[in-house]
Design a protein around this ligand. Structure first.
Ligand code: ADP
Ligand code: MG
Length: 227
């Protein structure tokens, strides 16, 4: 599903170049639930943004669902993103002036699906994350955990193959963290590949596999449940 070979990435800052990813090799199979761990600044978000085709890499090979993701035009990149990927962010990124249903429906709006049809589908996905009764509430009326569940529903509505989540529980307390993780588990049971960036052990322990990044390198791969 995801194949990275010798991926490097540098940022130019203040006249010099900072190498953020160094020869990253990684394979993630279809249907896996994995976590990417590492301290702040280790390159987790950079790697996730490359996986999500939000950012370009300098050298190496990235293929997603057997498609080479390299030197894509903006249009092609957007096409593959819409086709394959759902995103979940720490800060939810909901539109404050749209209700829960409209937020979930948004990706379908961009795909030019009619209002009635996209709202009906949005209600289905809200139901899946346990928020059917909250469809007409605004984000400001919802708790952090509820907002993140709305964001997860939104990430699922265009039927992605992979969900990429960057510290999705970073702004949540431990109870709602577990509720959100239960939803990711359920999503994964439906066969969707889930990649969660986190620096919390309690989160990564709930995944099938942990990937550790340190200073832009993968240092260790361990099975979470190996004993
Ligand atoms: P993490 O998500 O693990 O905290 P990041 O991938 O966000 O790490 O960042 C890795 C390193 O790259 C950090 O040193 C950060 O300051 C730097 N960095 C990230 N984005 C940019 C950017 N757009 N321009 C310059 N440096 C960046
Ligand atoms: Mg980050």
């Amino acid at each position: 599903m995801i194949y990275l070979h010798k991926i490097t990435k540098s940022y130019e800052a203040g006249g010099h170049s900072l190498q953020v990813l160094k020869d990253v090799n990684l394979e993630i199979e279809k249907g896996e639930l994995v976590s990417i761990m590492g301290s702040s600044g280790s390159g987790k978000s950079t790697m996730l943004n490359i996986l999500g085709i939000l950012d370009k890499y300098d050298s190496g090979t990235y293929s997603l669902n057997n498609t080479l993701i390299k030197n894509l035009s903006e249009r092609k990149a957007a096409y593959y993103r819409n086709q394959f990927i759902g995103f979940v962010f720490q800060s939810f990124n909901l539109l404050s002036f749209k209700n829960a249903m409209e937020n979930v429906a948004l990706p379908l709006y961009y795909q030019k699906v009619g209002r009635k049809k996209r709202n009906m589908k949005a209600l289905e996905y809200l139901d899946m994350v346990g928020l059917k009764d909250w469809a007409h509430h605004m984000p400001s009326e919802m708790s952090g955990g509820q907002k993140q569940r709305v964001a997860i529903a939104r990430s699922l509505i265009s039927d992605p193959k992979v969900i990429l989540a960057d510290e999705p529980t970073g702004a949540l307390d431990s109870k709602t963290t577990m509720e959100v993780m239960d939803i990711f588990k359920e999503v994964n049971r439906k066969g969707i590949t889930v990649v969660i960036v986190t620096h919390e052990n309690e989160i990564s322990e709930l995944t099938d596999r942990m990937i550790f990044l340190k200073d832009g390198r993968i240092i260790q791969k361990a099975m979470a449940n190996a004993s």
